[in-house]
Design a protein around this ligand. Structure first.
Ligand SMILES: [Zn+2]
Length: 153
């Protein structure tokens, strides 16, 4: 089940944060209603709280994004679970645009781990790798970047 936190912005856009597991019970009706009620033309979804996504959840999420219709939909901080699904199903998000992903990094010097937001683009795991908060060393992506980010070619 997914919990959402919804805010209307002064610029007429609707911001929502979705948190939880995306499965067959995923229900975006609350966000849809808010977008309709406020006549928002742009919807910004913050998705780093989506922990796991089942195959039925993928379909529910696709349907939800389709239901948002002609609105401009921007996705911020997509979680590793969602980024991984997206690398396998590139058209999963329809016309929604992924702005950034929040992904795991590990420090090669002291072993510290951290989640860090990087632009959703090929090569960003290297070009936007953070510095370690503990020792200042440049961190490495924790995994295979090509399983989470679009192909740079
Ligand atoms: Zn370190």
């Amino acid at each position: 089940m997914v919990k959402s936190e919804i805010r209307n912005q002064p610029d007429g856009s609707l911001h929502a944060t979705l948190i939880g597991k995306v499965d067959e019970h995923f229900d975006g009706a609350e966000v849809l209603r808010a977008a309709t009620a406020s006549a928002a033309t742009r919807v910004v979804l913050k998705l780093d709280g989506l922990r796991s996504i089942s195959s039925l959840g993928v379909r529910a999420l696709e349907g939800f994004l389709r239901d948002l219709g002609a609105r401009e939909v921007l996705l911020d901080d997509i979680s590793a679970a969602l980024a991984n699904q997206l690398s396998m199903i590139p058209n999963l998000l329809g016309s929604a645009k992924v702005v950034s992903a929040r992904l795991p990094f590990v420090c090669p010097s002291c072993g510290a781990e951290a989640l860090h937001t990087i632009p959703y683009q090929g090569g960003a795991a290297t070009t936007h790798a953070p510095a370690c908060a503990a020792c200042g060393h440049k961190m490495d992506f924790d995994g295979f970047a090509e399983e989470y980010l679009p192909n740079s070619k």
